[in-house]
Design a protein around this ligand. Structure first.
Ligand code: 5GP
Ligand code: ZN
Length: 107
């Protein structure tokens, strides 16, 4: 989608520190981390927010959630981690391309 920051990161038009990528999703370091490890996992396809997901996204969402523990472990978060999805302005969402925050401190 034009003018979407995270779509531009997917398209490599804006650089990001990528830690995981496959055909469906991209994970990169948050530019303003609020924990020693702060990653953002996004679908490569544009979806505004969790509130904009549809039944057609069921498999994609499942794949993303199943990938989170592997990404967290690979980032050194072997003792646990937090996940967060801000949804809508009232939910604190600032970038309107669905993303899962993965946060923690390496063990
Ligand atoms: P939200 O508040 O929408 O859930 O979170 C958006 C996140 O995106 C914030 O934690 C913010 O630091 C991060 N962010 C904003 N712009 C950029 C950017 O250009 N690059 C990266 N890597 N992260 C960004
Ligand atoms: Zn987008």
């Amino acid at each position: 989608m034009d003018n979407c920051l995270f779509c531009k990161i997917v398209d490599k038009k804006i650089p990001a520190s990528v830690v995981y990528e496959d055909e469906n999703m991209l994970c990169f370091k948050d530019i303003n981390p609020s924990a020693p490890v702060h990653l953002l996992l996004i679908p490569k396809t544009h979806v505004d927010s969790l509130a904009h997901t549809q039944p057609k996204h069921e498999t994609l969402l499942g794949k993303m959630m199943l990938k989170v523990p592997q990404i967290a472990t690979d980032a050194g978060l072997t003792n646990g981690f937090k996940t967060k999805i801000n949804t809508g302005k009232g939910g604190g969402q600032e970038v309107f391309h669905l993303h899962i925050h993965i946060l923690g401190t390496p063990a």
